[in-house]
Design a protein around this ligand. Structure first.
Ligand code: GH3
Ligand code: MG
Ligand code: MG
Ligand code: MG
Length: 300
């Protein structure tokens, strides 16, 4: 995971001289500073632009700083961006209100540039740490795929979108065949290498917006929004062949590269009430059937 090297800061203040002063004081090769005059403009900018931190004036004509802060914190897509309030007022109630609404910090104007920069640094560090922790909590560390929890969350979101749009959704469950034998024959490290190479096959076959997850040891799942049964069958067959043709080098000259096969079960739902758990159970039954049918095959 790579975090941004350059942080983008949005200054929201109706006073042009404050904007200019902040742009000057904060200027650095590691920061990009953009300014706007109102809360309304800020919300518009936040819809499209990537912003890492907001410096928000309290008193502005139109939306006040507190109203803008509330609007930011109410919008899931931008709620995590740290907001530092900047105000000439040191009224205790306003400070408390801003912090309770979710501001990361509150700085009184005229500010001391050195202190403001230190506070910005702290807020950005905390934000970076949060991003890193969220990534670690949702990612499988061996393969970089979504972990089980994240896979369920994303699939549940995809299912509700499919329900609204009345579109079908396909759920695929995959399990590497005789994987225990790979560990037994070549050792756990090579087993891990096989898992990694296997996980790389997903990108080559599935669409960008398909959701891929590592569900357990050598079990994986893919959720395919807006996908019909014939398309799901085609893509699963293609994946099965891609896996079977993927050579994994063993770190030993005398041993030939190894290959594995995969058993695949899938299920389709196209009702208005798609439930991810039910769909996964159906796909799991199909996977069980694929194992019973002799492995290296796809069952619907
Ligand atoms: P089947 O074809 O019926 O699926 O047989 P299998 O051997 O693949 O299934 P089984 O459930 O018997 O074995 C799964 C093995 O996967 C056992 C476990 O040690 C191994 N495994 C699970 N997670 C990891 C991992 O992260 N790394 C490695 N190297 N092995 C793992
Ligand atoms: Mg003002
Ligand atoms: Mg298994
Ligand atoms: Mg297996």
């Amino acid at each position: 995971m790579t975090l941004p090297t350059k942080h983008s800061i949005l200054v929201v203040d109706d006073a042009k001289d404050t904007q200019l002063l902040l742009a000057f004081d904060l200027s650095s090769p590691e920061r990009e500073i953009n300014c706007c005059d109102s809360g309304e403009q800020a919300l518009q900018i936040l819809k499209d632009d990537k912003v890492d931190l907001i410096l928000l004036d309290l008193y502005m004509p139109g939306m006040s700083g507190l109203e803008t802060l509330q609007a930011i914190k109410a919008d899931k897509a931008i709620a995590d961006i740290p907001v530092i309030m900047l105000s000439a007022s040191d009224n205790e109630d306003e400070v408390v209100a801003a912090l309770e609404y979710g501001a990361s910090d509150y700085v009184v104007k005229p500010y001391v540039a050195k202190v403001l920069l230190a506070r910005i640094g702290n807020a950005l560090r905390l934000r970076d740490k949060t991003i890193e922790l969220e990534y670690l909590a949702s990612t499988d560390c061996l393969t970089g795929l979504n972990n089980r929890g994240r896979f369920f969350d994303l699939s549940t979101k995809a299912a509700s979108q499919a329900n609204r749009a009345m579109q079908p959704i396909a759920m695929v469950m995959l399990d590497i065949d005789h994987f225990k034998q790979v560990n037994d024959d070549y050792g756990h490290a090579i087993g891990d290498k096989v898992l990694l190479e296997f996980s790389r096959c997903f990108n080559r076959v599935f669409r960008d917006y398909d959701i891929v997850g590592r569900i357990g040891g050598e079990e994986f799942a893919v959720c395919l929004p807006n996908c019909h049964a014939d398309e799901a069958l085609q893509v699963c067959e293609r994946f099965k062949h891609t896996v079977a043709n993927t050579l994994v080098e063993v770190n030993c000259k005398s041993t030939k590269p190894i290959t594995v096969t995969v058993s695949i079960g899938f299920a389709i739902a196209c009702s208005k009430h798609i439930v991810v758990d039910d769909l996964l159970k159906q796909a799991d039954l199909a996977l069980y059937q694929a194992k019973t049918n002799g492995r290296n095959c796809v069952v619907n």
